[in-house]
Design a protein around this ligand. Structure first.
Ligand code: GMT
Length: 381
């Protein structure tokens, strides 16, 4: 099939999932066309069957806000026409589903019908999309999609609760490539910590929703009992405040801020525990990535996290903001070598539920379904 994927190219989970999906589909022989404003961060280099179409927004002094949706919908229409796209798959409703709807309307004028699938990822529903500024347009574009998927049952329920959505929403969870070879070079644990130190890791975009200060507070509790280091991966608005909190708590020397990287496997390979105390989390892809690398997770019990992190098996789930409980659970996992080894093993096992080989065929089946329906409609006309 010729599939166009529209996503954010940044470090956010939705862009990562979209990119990994595109790569997986390309490996299976589909032609995959990424449409976005810059090269997706997880796409190392153009690979076989992968194509990239940059959305360029022309700057003009009259515009207070540059019209990205306009440029995006024009590019979508162009790519669909030129490359005979069978399915348009947009990740993150804002503004992708809206721009996709416009592209479909433009194409209709030229007698080209292309089905559009919208995948809801989380903040497009729970935070941004739900804001009155966008709500009407988001509801409209979800309802106008030919198929809608959400990355967890919890997100599906949030969508139905918050929006007047008439469309059926299919849950297709995020996935992980478990066949991927482990880091090429040996795992460099010694660079990060002394041999007797445990390594606790957090990866995110350091937004408020991630409760970065809770990560630091939980670690503060852990290091009072056990010798440990905290590795903070990512960047965003809360980074400076977290840095300051580390100074205030006197743990600055035990916390390393590494900034953004797509080489997370090289970090997860030496991590003993992953912390994700988010306020809201539709799925928690970073937790799944940690589990796949054999790293147990202590997370909040928010949104879709209980669908990913199995209580008492791959880690623990604690009430949002309960840093004491999170630190206690973390210590419970870390303090006993045998127990830690068991949790590590379990984490990897639980991650197998989200194996790429199980999940990607669900998308392929959906593509086939919307394509067949679209062809039948064409015949009717
Ligand atoms: O978590 C973020 O802030 C990034 C955000 C995104 O849209 O890129 O992530 C969302 O989508 C991910 C991929 O489906 C999910 O794993 C994250 O849980 C979800 N984030 C939230 O719901 C806060």
């Amino acid at each position: 099939m010729n599939i166009a994927i529209v996503c954010y190219p940044t470090f956010g989970g939705s862009g990562v999932v979209a990119t990994e999906l595109g790569l997986s589909l390309a490996r299976k022989g589909h032609q995959v066309h990424f449409i976005t404003y810059s090269y997706p961060v997880r796409l190392d280099f153009l690979e076989m069957n992968i194509h990239f179409h940059e959305v360029h927004v022309e700057e003009y002094p009259l515009f207070h806000y540059q019209p990205y949706e306009l440029a995006l919908s024009s590019k979508m229409a162009y790519v669909v026409k030129t490359y005979h796209i069978d399915v348009l798959h947009v990740h993150y409703a804002i503004p992708h589903a809206y721009a996709g709807y416009m592209a479909k309307q433009m194409l209709k004028r030229e007698n080209i019908e292309v089905p559009m699938i919208t995948t809801l990822h989380g903040t497009d529903i729970t935070l941004v999309g739900n804001h009155p500024t966008y709500k009407e347009a988001v509801t409209f574009s979800i309802n106008e999609s030919d198929a809608v998927t959400s990355v967890s049952q919890s997100l599906k329920e949030d969508t139905l609760r918050l929006f007047n959505v008439k469309k059926d929403i299919q849950v297709i969870p995020n996935f992980i490539d478990l066949k991927k070879p482990l880091p090429l070079s040996p795992c460099k644990r010694a660079v990060m910590a002394h041999p007797d130190e445990l390594i606790v890791t957090h990866i995110s975009n350091f937004r408020k929703v991630k409760r970065i200060d809770d990560v630091v507070k939980v670690f503060y509790g852990i290091q009072q009992k056990l010798s440990a280091k905290l590795i903070m991966v990512g960047d965003g608005p809360e980074r400076e405040a977290a840095d300051q909190l580390c100074k205030d708590l006197g743990i600055k020397k035990k916390v390393l801020f590494l900034g953004n990287t797509s080489d997370i496997d090289r970090i997860l390979c030496f991590s003993d525990l992953f912390l994700l105390p988010s306020q809201s989390e539709s799925f928690g892809l970073s937790a799944l990535e940690a589990m796949a690398a054999g790293v147990p997770v202590v997370s909040s019990n928010a949104g879709g996290l209980p669908e990913v992190n199995e209580e008492g098996v791959s880690g623990y789930l604690c009430p949002i903001g309960d840093v004491t409980a999170m630190a206690e659970r973390a210590i419970e996992i870390l303090e006993d070598k045998k127990r830690l080894a068991q949790f590590k093993k379990n984490a990897r096992q639980v991650a197998h539920r989200f194996d790429e080989d199980k999940i990607v065929p669900m998308y392929e089946a959906l593509y086939e379904k919307v394509k067949t329906k679209n062809n039948a409609l064409k015949l009717e006309h």
